[in-house]
Design a protein around this ligand. Structure first.
Ligand SMILES: [Zn+2]
Length: 291
């Protein structure tokens, strides 16, 4: 089994630094992080929408960065739901087929700040379903001053998409997604709620009811979901061992990687060897048809 990080971002070269003096990582920096963390390969997610960070990327730039280290990256493509004519009838199949022919294994990270039920989003999701692309998405709690597909509390927008596109594999990520492992108050949505996870959260329910939903454990949000109440976290990893995916979401070379230690510790007897193996890479290989 190859340890696979389901969620990373890579730039071809250092560019504009944001107000915190930060920049995304280059391919050589990410390979160093892989070696340090015992990761064999990372899924590289282009950021094509204007909302997410201080830069926008072309798929071509990200593919070129990946090609610097054969075998260490898996390519995804990103297509914004508003490309070309900002049209609710746009046919995305040809462009997705093109990127598939370039080696892309899925679409993401989908970060456009549009409602899940927006017809432009539906057109894109429907095309991904037809082309056979899994979609890695960021959920948002609101429109403006944020990024990601917007859902009301309880992740209703996501649930409608899971029903509407039953053959589309949807991979959940972000604070707005992972804060809903338990019931949430409005002020806890989209942040990192601490402490015990009570029954009744949207995420476990949706995972039970929709076999096309997966969970991307990357970033502070995925780490918080499984570590805030560790006993609950181990049970969650065990129950959904076939659809959870290890990841780090390195956005800057200095990002911390606490999920690596958490999973190493969990593998020492707190979760089954089978669950660990699937979460660390087996599931990614199956979802993305990798060896
Ligand atoms: Zn990301």
């Amino acid at each position: 089994m190859k340890v696979t990080d389901i969620h990373t971002h890579v730039v071809l070269r250092r560019g504009f630094l944001n107000s915190n003096g930060e920049t995304a990582a280059t391919a050589p920096e990410l390979v160093q992080i892989q070696d340090r963390c015992g990761v064999d390969r990372m899924v590289a997610l282009p950021l094509a929408s204007p909302e997410a960070l201080h830069f926008q990327q072309s798929n071509e730039e990200v593919f070129e960065a990946c090609d610097q280290f054969p075998g260490r990256f898996v390519k995804f493509c990103s297509v914004d739901p508003r490309i070309e004519f900002n049209s609710p009838e746009h046919d995305f199949v040809p462009i997705l087929e093109y990127y598939k022919s370039c080696g892309a294994r899925g679409l993401g990270e989908l970060v456009a700040n549009l409602w899940w039920d927006d017809p432009r989003v539906w057109q894109l999701l429907s095309a991904c379903e037809r082309v056979g692309f899994p979609v890695i998405f960021h959920v948002a709690t609101k429109e403006f001053r944020t990024y990601g597909l917007i859902s009301e509390p309880g992740l209703g927008g996501l649930e409608r998409a899971l029903r509407k596109f039953p053959k589309l594999q949807l991979v959940g990520h972000s604070q707005a997604f992972w804060s809903e492992v338990g019931p949430v108050k409005e002020e806890e949505r989209g942040v990192y709620p601490p402490g015990k996870v009570l029954p009744g959260g949207a995420v476990p329910r949706l995972l039970r009811e929709h076999p096309n939903l997966w969970g991307d454990l990357s970033a502070g949000s995925g780490f918080n979901a499984v570590s805030r109440d560790p006993e609950w976290g181990y049970r969650f990893l065990e129950e959904f061992q076939d659809r959870l995916l290890f990841g780090l979401d390195i956005c800057r070379p200095s990002d911390k990687t606490p999920l690596v230690e958490f999973m190493r510790d969990a593998a020492g007897g707190k979760i089954s060897p089978a669950a660990n193996e699937k979460i660390m890479g087996g599931n990614a290989a199956r979802l993305l048809k990798l060896d």
